[in-house]
Design a protein. Structure first.
Length: 363
């Protein structure tokens, strides 16, 4: 007897034995093939689908090749008139509303600005990410048609070790500097390599704790037409002795090399570093923070050998030529100070603006 005849006979004598297995198979198939759809619908994130085509070839150039002539990319003293694009990069362990408000006050057109952030995978990073995303959505919301939009915003989640404590006293403890600065360098490089695009003329490194700058910050700094240029970072505070508001130096990583610094470096092991601003290791390097003149010209330039990262304008070509933030001892320097050394080794000059102040939050 054939299978067909057996099924026909079973349907006549006991149809339940045939119907039940078929229904069970149909239900099983439904759950198996629809599970992917169900999981997608439960996702907390929603993405706009551009096309039903999984490869979306319609969005590719005709020959699937895009050409960029970087020889035509300019980074000049007239960045605004030439509509040069600026990439503002900020490693962010904590979100300060004052930082964001200051960023929104910058007068450079937002359509010429791209933003990039990298946030650590820590509990503090989780909170910073939530606050940052909330702030970004208010500006970039397409329904808010009256609010100028940034050309692009990229937020990265750090996939490497992050600084454990964000307390100011812990961040600046001398014994923790090598590990901390190495982790910061890795984060900076990840952010830079991910976001630097073919149209980027300038890269502005802006610390997440910088809460006050001139509104023309980008125009002012690009106007000097320097490959690497650092602003002078100070801090506002209340002077208990004088009973009045005052200001004080903050970033001591902008410096000029000294004979004592060179002597100390010559006696160090290859894996040892020199960090500035600590009595534990006195180099007697001239620090740009101490050269501020309240009555001086804010456009005065000072040649430097080391820089900090609180407010640093860099021509994109410097990074493209290979200057990055070493997360290892590089001539006994690391992170931003190592970057300055690397830029100088590549033939670029490094400058600072001792009378051009930006302000760090007082924690």
């Amino acid at each position: 007897m054939t299978l067909k005849h057996r099924i026909q006979r079973a349907m006549r004598t006991n149809p339940i034995k045939v119907v039940v297995p078929i229904v069970a198979l149909v239900i099983l198939a439904f759950y198996v093939f629809s599970s992917d759809t169900v999981s997608k619908s439960n996702s907390p994130y929603k993405y706009k689908k551009h096309s039903d085509d999984p490869y979306d070839f319609a969005r590719l150039p005709g020959d699937h090749i895009t050409h960029y002539d970087l020889n035509k990319l300019t980074a000049t003293s007239s960045a605004l008139s030439h509509k040069e694009k600026v990439l503002i990069l900020t490693p962010m362990a904590s979100f300060h509303q004052q930082y964001w408000d200051n960023l929104l006050r910058l007068s450079y057109p937002r359509e010429l600005i791209e933003l990039g952030f990298i946030v650590p995978r820590t509990s503090d990073g989780d909170e910073a990410l939530r606050n940052l995303e909330t702030a970004i959505k208010k500006v970039q919301n397409p329904k808010a048609k009256t609010i100028p939009k940034f050309a692009r915003v990229t937020v990265l989640r750090q996939d490497t070790d992050a600084v454990e404590s964000q307390l100011e006293k812990d961040r600046h403890a001398f014994k923790s500097q090598k590990k901390r600065r190495s982790q910061m360098a890795t984060a900076r490089n990840s952010l830079l390599f991910t976001t630097l695009g073919p149209f980027t003329s300038w890269v502005l490194w802006l610390d997440a704790d910088v809460v006050e700058t001139p509104v023309n910050l980008i125009q002012d700094m690009t106007g000097h037409n320097k490959a690497v240029l650092a602003a002078n970072c100070w801090q506002r505070f209340y002077d208990e002795e004088k009973k009045e508001d005052s200001i004080r130096p903050y970033d001591y990583n902008n410096w000029v090399e000294s004979d004592e610094g060179l002597r100390i470096a010559s006696q160090l092991d290859d894996d040892e570093i020199i960090v500035e601003g600590y009595s534990d290791l006195a180099t007697y390097r001239p620090l740009m923070a101490h050269f501020y003149d309240a009555e001086g010209d804010p456009n005065v330039e000072m040649q430097l050998d080391g820089v900090g990262g609180t407010c640093l304008m860099v021509k994109s070509q410097v990074h493209r030529d290979g200057a990055m933030f070493p997360n290892f001892p590089f001539y006994h320097l690391i992170e931003t100070e190592g970057f300055a050394k690397m830029a100088k080794r590549l033939g670029y000059d490094v400058f600072g603006l001792p009378n051009y102040l930006i302000f760090h939050i007082n924690e």
